[in-house]
Write a protein that binds this ligand. Sequence first.
Ligand SMILES: Cc1cc2nc3c(=O)[nH]c(=O)nc-3n(C[C@H](O)[C@H](O)[C@H](O)COP(=O)(O)OP(=O)(O)OC[C@H]3O[C@@H](n4cnc5c(N)ncnc54)[C@H](O)[C@@H]3O)c2cc1C
Length: 435
Amino acid sequence: MTINIPAPKENQKRIVVVGGGFAGLTFAQRLAKTDYQIILIDKNNYHQFQPLFYQVAMAGLEPSSIAFPLRKTFQKNKNVIIRVTEVEEIDKEKQEIKTGLGNLHYDYLVVAIGAKTNFFGNENLEERAISMKSVSEALFLRNCILNDLESALTTTDFEERQGLIDIVIVGGGPTGVEVAGALAEMKKYILPKDYPELNCEEIDIYLIQSSSTLLKGMSDEAGASAEQFLKELGVIVKKNTRVTDYDGEFVSMKDGSKIRSNKVIWAAGIKGNSIKGFEEEDITYGNRFNVNRFNQISGISSLYAIGDIAYMEEGAYPKGHPQVAQVAIQQAKNLADNFKRLEQQKDFLPFSYNDLGSMATIGRNRAVVDLPRFKFQGFFAWVVWLIVHLFSLIGVKNKLFVFINWCWNYFTYDHSLRLLIKPKVHKHSKLVEED
Ligand SMILES: Cc1cc2nc3c(=O)[nH]c(=O)nc-3n(C[C@H](O)[C@H](O)[C@H](O)COP(=O)(O)OP(=O)(O)OC[C@H]3O[C@@H](n4cnc5c(N)ncnc54)[C@H](O)[C@@H]3O)c2cc1C
């Protein structure tokens, strides 16, 4: 069966893009006004702004503020065709993709499927820890937190109650640090008002980091300041130790200690998503596609990978680029511009990453920012973080809603979205997220 899509016009080339994340979306937008036929395929019908997932999980933002419908982006571009389905396999010989909707031939394929959580083979953690790689996982975490707080009100046993209210976050990178900061703020400003019968001082928030510093990809100053900010907010930072197991009740650490908690948030690593049909040599570290400086997979001129799923070595990045939004966006732009060059029979230009800096926020008024020339921490860094994230969001409505929400939360010390909405699962429904 073939996917029902109009054939390309005479001499028109078809580019199939798999994934509508930062990389796939930017690539399709950049070629939207060219003569190529662009088929954008994603398993979801929306783009997700992952850097703000944690604010959805902490009830600070609505999911719709950080997700954007793919069809809305391309309403005026007839050469961009969208299909919502999962790509299961690639046939490199036939130049075909296989999906739940059928097969489709491509002239060029751009794989931009991003990454998923890496539990490093620990099945117990994979089964029981909570990750944050999608809007639905962020909502699941929000529900778990709110549900456990409700249960804690009627739990008289101290140890059992601690299990319900304490939270363990694994991984001291930007996600772990931001989640820990947001939870600590919630504990300080919101929960005492919502749950006056609960002694919120008893809530312990643990951040576990295997190495000796937080925010390892950033400067030492950023790591040290983040740790200080977290400690000021009451977060228990445990460094130089690893989480080795979790039975749903107790978290076991490498140093032999145990923490009782019903919620373990896993922010300790990612690995590339998989699609069948590739050879072993196409795939390298972190389950990423081995690409050359033109983003070609194994040097094949019809096959490309961009974003988190691509592993490219470049002078200053001998171990590949960091898996961040800017790399995905810049690779997408470079590749799209190369396709424009192809139309003019010009050679492709190699990709070079321009590091614009990195940042993380730790609750209100506190953030750390590393720019190529400056490093700063504290209130000004927080303002910079807010502006950068606000302007990176897609859609005017989303920018406006997030801005209003942030102002409201800032001045009222309150989040208005602490609703415990449980999804109804219908046994005949196909609308269940698998991974
Ligand atoms: C919680 C969190 C916080 C982050 N914070 C920051 C930050 O502050 N700054 C920063 O720069 N980066 C941050 N990142 C990283 C950043 O989000 C990623 O680097 C970026 O999203 C990579 O873009 P991408 O397009 O490669 O992949 P993604 O954005 O992950 O997009 C992949 C897309 O492919 C689709 N897909 C996957 N498999 C298939 C399939 N088989 N068929 C069809 N569709 C498929 C998915 O639905 C998704 O839409 C964060 C990530 C997370 C998870």
